[in-house]
Design a protein around this ligand. Sequence first.
Ligand code: SAM
Ligand code: SF4
Length: 415
Amino acid sequence: MNYADSERLAATLNKSGYQPTDKEKEADLIIAVACSVRQSAIERIWGKAADWQKMKQKKPLITILTGCVLKTDKPKLYQIFDYIFEIKDLTKLPIFLGSRGFTHSLPKADYFKVHPAYQNDFQAYVPISTGCNNFCSYCVVPYVRGRETSRPARDIINECKGLIKKGYKEITLLGQNVNSYGLDLKNKIKFPSLLKTIANLPGNFWLRFVTSHPKDLSDDLIKVIAENKKICRYLHLPVQSGDNKILNKMNRKYTQKHYLNLIKKVREKIPALAITTDVIVGFPGETTREFENTLKLFKVVKFDMAYINKYSARAGTTAFKLKDNVTKNEKEKRYRKLNKILNRTALEKHKKLIDKTLKVLVEFKRKNYNYGKTETFKTVKFLTKKNLIGKFIVVKIVKAQAFGLEAKLIKKYGT
Ligand code: SAM
Ligand code: SF4
């Protein structure tokens, strides 16, 4: 989401007469897009802000903060940033800059109407909704991003049509819970229909979406993915915990059984599907036995990849009222235990891909290697002096690791 925010931010600044620079020291204006989901992320902002304070002593520099910022952090942050604004108020930014000697201002429009400056010419992130109504007890998103607001389907489809016309190869639809897309719109179009409409647009592209909430993943959505080859065989389905008591305390509104049934169902209907997840270790009061249920779930599901998070208490959330009583040390231990299982299961899966030919979208080149992703979101590197960035390439897998694959180019590699 922060990536999509940055693209809209860059476009707004561009219209206001600003040019980007790679060299921080040359900047007249720095805007940080914060993430307050975990304390560690906001601490990075503090570190950077200290450097910018030093820069300000040597030259005129405006520093601005946006993204997800907790209400309780704002007073302190205001002491070091010149301006803090909510990303949904992006169109007000030029007015602030105008007051600093820049006369450009944009007509008032909502965030979704700001046309983004895409960071590359083959992959794009298209927000379909902002905010969230789920109020998981540990999460700041509903407080910092507000309630869920869906973007009109016509605008989303038009943005995708424009991207495909320009030759974009990969479109990722973004929302905190894509499965509840459209419920707040007058013309109640549901996510599976939106996805199907976009997948049916003519063109050579892959379609992805994140994130799906397990309580809302419908049979209709599974059917649409199964029936449309352009929709990547990849599902990010955050579980957060494998224990029912913790899931209840997290306000996730599903049980371990529901989650496992979902996994069984999606794998039956879409056998090639890769499944990734988010999980939190050390939620307040999580006992060893409760954590073991998460370990068991990991062993059963065998995720392709998981983002393992150590619980971080966030002011203003319901869980903040609970005692953060799992020690740092214990959180680290649980993190490592889960990671060990993940490494094992991911490696097992990757080994099965050896000698298979797979299609890859090349993302970047480093030294003599090109790096890309399969439609199952696996990173693949292969040796070639050619620069194949932005192209679909067919490669043969020669080596498997837990978090990536190595391949070689085959004779007819272009698609
Ligand atoms: N909307 C998505 C969902 O429902 O799963 C995820 C959005 S959240 C910004 C990304 C991930 O951060 C979550 O899935 C969760 O695992 C993690 N997260 C959120 N709040 C956290 C907290 N207080 N401590 C640790 N991890 C947290
Ligand atoms: Fe946060 Fe839960 Fe909403 Fe995801 S669904 S953004 S974890 S409140």
